[in-house]
Design a protein around this ligand. Sequence first.
Ligand code: HEC
Length: 415
Amino acid sequence: MEQSTTPILETTVRPTSILTLGLFALSSLFAVSPAMAETIPIDRISHIHDLAVDPNNPSQLYIATHEGLFLTAADGTATRIGDSTDDLMALATDMADASVFYASGHPPVGGNLGVLASRDHGVTWENVALGTGGPVDFHAMAVSRADPETVYGMFEGLQVSQDGGKSWRKVGPLPEKTFALAGSARDRDTVYAAAMGGLFFSRDGGAHWNAAFMDQHPATLVAVSRDGRIYTFLYGVGLVVRDESAEKWEVRSTDFGDRYPVKMAIDPTDPDRIHVVADTGAIVTSKDGGRHWVSYMGHDRETPELIAGARKTFEEYCQSCHGENGVGERPEDGNAQDEYGFVAPALDNSAHGWHHSDGNLAYTILNGSPRNPRMLPFKDMISEEDAKNTVAYVKSLWSFSSLACQGALHMKCMH
Ligand code: HEC
């Protein structure tokens, strides 16, 4: 990678925290037991281990969790698929029609699940193989984009199946501390591994590995689209993209603060639409190939038309106190401060707006603040839809790290 494209983020992130936290060490502080509730807010789910886009409705995501498989909706809820509560560590599917889901992991009672396959999008699972030295507990899986019968799994090194998961062969060791695997869209023997020492590729089905970059930034994820676009996240650099046939990598975005994505799913209908799971467990979405990010929750409201409309609402009703672009009121502003000296808070990145869920923010807008009468109830002036769209507008001012820390997840972001 060219040095000139490598940003100076290294001064603001702390590469050691990745070591001390561990990539998947998520606190389950706020987890409820999904077994008790069929549909729950996504930010209450602990441990999203993997995700895949629903090809029939690309605004929905299948998420493999500590307590089974869920289908998410853009309103921020997730609904359990089937009745398994197994800890699914990996989920992989042929992106084209997702006719087969592969998964692995371990049941709540202990032991390993081996290789599971589902032909009904996760409602029922069949145990198709034990895997080599199994039953295996694959912590990463990938289906080749070039040949959907070729499936890779990580368990004591790399294993491969070339008959759709029925039989498995041990290939050999993976790069040290591999976090994720992805198959090439061009050739079934080309496979990528995101690892602590960077991104690696193999052209011989995983027998030999080469480093993709000279400088060793941990690569936390790798994903390949149907048309051969490789996305990887390099800790300390940012989201990096290349077409499989191109020479050069492009740094797409660098503004991740202390946060980093750990899993990615690419929309099979549009490789610019990507969804990542952040280290906090939040799902964050980009519609333009990773240049800008919105939270998955409410991303259907983040259309140019709705945001432009909500911006007008904001300018008309809110800006007089909350400032242009939500920068907040300054004490020297005309009628700022009530008798107790409080000003209207910033609603952009700089404040604590992101401590609240979308629902709470919309509630405050409609019902006002019980603590400060200057924050009026707006429910007679704007509709509930307008309030929700205004929340989307405010969130369009937030960075990846604020989005990744919103609502119940913000406790994971306190230092
Ligand atoms: C007359 C001034 C004023 C106007 C107009 C106003 N606000 Fe507020 N707003 C405030 C004040 C003051 C607070 C702090 C309330 C508190 O401390 O409880 C506040 C708080 C909020 C909060 C909670 C922020 C947090 O971090 O807890 C949100 C969200 C909010 N306003 C959104 C809006 C929106 C959206 C509009 C326009 C529809 C709006 N406000 C219009 C003064 C105003």
